[in-house]
Design a protein around this ligand. Structure first.
Ligand code: C2E
Ligand code: MG
Ligand code: MG
Length: 573
């Protein structure tokens, strides 16, 4: 834009009439009075831009008062500096955005008494900028705010806690097992579900609160002015309940669950990063407590989370460094006391923490996906070990070696190939390997589990249901499963001889197992009474510290070679 500047007699307006650039002149009437600043002239090009229907009669009508006020504010600086400072700004008219460049015009005494401005139509650029800004701050699929916006708004909300003495609640919500929807129904259906869930979460909000989509199946909610921790937990609870209502998608009806983590910012010193991290820790806790629930953050969780983070980093390294080893616990035939097999159990030889139990790291390996790699190593290692025992020719009778499978392994498409490959490479009979799947994993997705179990069964391996009695499977479902063995959970064995209910349960499981043609193993036998009772109830196999703790392969190997029998009343016969 080429704007004339300098001490010219702008009242000779005609000079600008033919200028193609939309131009206007502002004139000072009273320096100390904003309203005394007026637009004294607009050229035809300017008028054409802002007054398409010719309804604006005076030049003053053509420039909104905001522009005039702006010029008045600039005047101060122009007069002070006595230089031709150029001002730029944007003005919004109905349906139009103008970009203005305004220059002061000085009189002979060096006073800025008039301003000359040029305008440029910036409507399209402004629209684009607005669209760009919207895209940068919103989630395309749901139209909700995105993580950037949540972060900013959280910062603002925290600073308000100081001014108004209020409390801000942050809720993070994650849909449980959402990947299953994408995997089974496709991404389009997955998107449809996310949009529906977004609307449900929104419907629980109060006016002024904000919900953002901050990950594929994760939402963040800022609740302003919450009365208490309980109140925030209640809002979160209502949100996960709204998610759990049935959803019709892709011709079927789904019920989804979600977990939520809640944290309160009470002091202005809180920062959004920390709040988000704490809410995330609470969310993880809710997931670990069994999902479909809400957890509020407390500071103990943070310590736990740091330890967890360390452990998670170590776990990545451990898989590379092969810090895992297997131990083997004998499975004993109760009627004869002979070893009928071993259960392989994994241990982590942590360089600084010592030996870690699988309970401490398998769930973490599951969550991080490392279980797939670790699980593959376990399968290959155990098959090779079983081959070594079998090929040594020292075993007195055929025996089975069992391997535990985790949920994620079971769902992994490579599982069948890994098992088949390990067995073939070790050169062992598939029926000498048993795979243990817990009843709760089976019940999590019975249809998928049944399909995979059939595929595994086709390889010729044996299958066992682990921790039986804790997962509420029905007799009808069990009947369809191609399994060989039920392993009664230790919690029922513990009560034998003490709680008559437990004896009744074990009795029922043994009878039911046998009726279905399955072998029944009792886990966690610690006393001779338990062993005798189980034998009496007809349980086939037993496992527990009463017989032997899990031991390294070398010791288990010597057990295989000795005609060892655990005779009741005389443990080391
Ligand atoms: P599980 O498969 O039910 O294994 C039995 C657990 O009970 C083992 O614990 C075993 O050491 C313990 N146990 C056996 N007899 C007794 C007893 O008389 N008293 C007591 N108190 N405990 C007894 P461990 O080795 O700590 O394994 C815990 C769980 O971790 C296993 O439960 C299994 O679910 C999982 N796990 C172990 N190894 C593996 C593995 O290689 N892969 C996978 N995916 N999971 C594994
Ligand atoms: Mg097991
Ligand atoms: Mg078990």
């Amino acid at each position: 834009m080429n704007v004339p500047t300098g001490a010219i007699d702008v009242m000779q307006h005609g000079a600008f009439d033919r200028i193609p650039a939309p131009t206007f002149v502002l004139e000072l009437i009273d320096r100390h009075e904003p309203n005394a600043f007026r637009c004294s002239y607009v050229n035809p090009a300017f008028r054409a831009l802002v007054d398409a229907d010719g309804s604006m009669t005076s030049a003053q009508d053509c420039l909104p008062s905001s522009a005039v006020l702006l010029a008045w504010q600039y005047l101060e600086a122009a007069v002070e500096s006595r230089t031709a400072i150029r001002f730029q700004d944007r003005l919004t008219y109905p349906g139009r955005v103008l970009e203005l460049v305004v220059d002061p015009i000085f009189d002979r005494d060096g006073r800025a008494v008039q301003f000359i401005g040029c305008a440029q139509d910036a409507t399209n650029t402004a629209e684009l900028a607005a669209q760009l800004e919207f895209a940068q701050r919103h989630d395309v699929l749901t139209g909700l705010a995105n993580r950037t916006t949540l972060h900013e708004r959280l910062g603002e909300a925290i600073s308000h806690t100081d001014i108004f003495g209020t409390t801000v609640g942050l809720i993070l919500i994650d849909v449980d097992d959402f990947s299953v929807i994408n995997d089974s129904l496709g991404h389009e259906a997955g998107d449809e579900v996310i949009v529906a869930l977004a609307r449900r979460v929104e419907s629980v909000l109060r006016f002024g609160d904000l919900v953002a989509r901050i990950g594929g199946d994760e939402f963040g909610v800022i609740c302003h002015d919450v009365e208490s921790r309980e109140a925030a937990l209640n809002v979160a609870q209502r949100m996960i309940e709204s998610i759990a209502m049935p959803i019709a998608v892709a011709g079927t009806e789904l019920v989804l669950h979600a977990s939520a983590g809640v944290v309160l910012a009470e002091a202005a010193g809180d920062d959004p990063h920390r709040l988000l991290r704490d809410a995330d820790v609470a969310l993880l806790n809710a997931k670990r407590q069994g999902r479909n629930r809400v957890a509020g953050f407390d500071s103990e969780m943070r310590v736990e989370a740091v330890t967890r983070l360390d452990l998670e980093q170590d776990l990545h390294r451990a898989v590379q460094n092969q810090e895992f080893r297997m131990v083997y616990q004998p499975l004993v035939e109760l009627a004869t006391g002979e070893i009928a097999g071993f259960e392989a159990l994994v241990r982590w030889e942590h360089p600084t923490r010592g030996t870690l139990s699988p309970i401490e790291f398998i769930p973490l390996a599951e969550q991080t996906g490392l279980i797939v790699e670790l699980g593959e190593w376990i399968i290959v290692e155990v098959c090779n070990q079983a081959a070594q025992w079998q090929h040594s020719g020292r075993a007195l009778r055929p025996f089975v070696t069992s391997i535990n499978l985790s949920a994620r392994q079971l769902a992994h498409p490579d599982l069948i190939g890994t098992v088949a490959g390990a067995i073939a490479q070790a050169g062992i009979n598939p029926s000498s390997i048993e795979l243990e799947i817990t009843e709760s994993i089976l019940m999590h997705d019975p249809v998928l589990a049944t399909t995979i179990l059939h595929a595994l069964r086709a390889l010729g391996v044996r299958l066992a249901i682990d921790d039986f009695g804790t997962g509420h499977s029905s007799l009808g479902y069990l009947k369809q499963l191609p399994v060989h063995c039920l392993k009664i959970d230790k919690s029922f064995v513990d009560g034998l001889g003490i709680d008559p209910d437990d004896a009744a349960i074990v009795d029922a499981v043994v009878s039911m197992g046998h009726a279905l043609g399955l072998s029944v193993t009792a886990e966690g036998i610690e006393t001779v009474q338990q062993r005798l009772l189980l034998e009496e109830l007809g349980c086939d196999l037993g496992q527990g510290f009463y017989f032997a703790k899990p031991q390294p392969a070398s010791i288990s190997g010597t057990l295989v070679a000795r005609a060892l029998r655990w005779v009741a009343h005389n443990q080391a016969a």
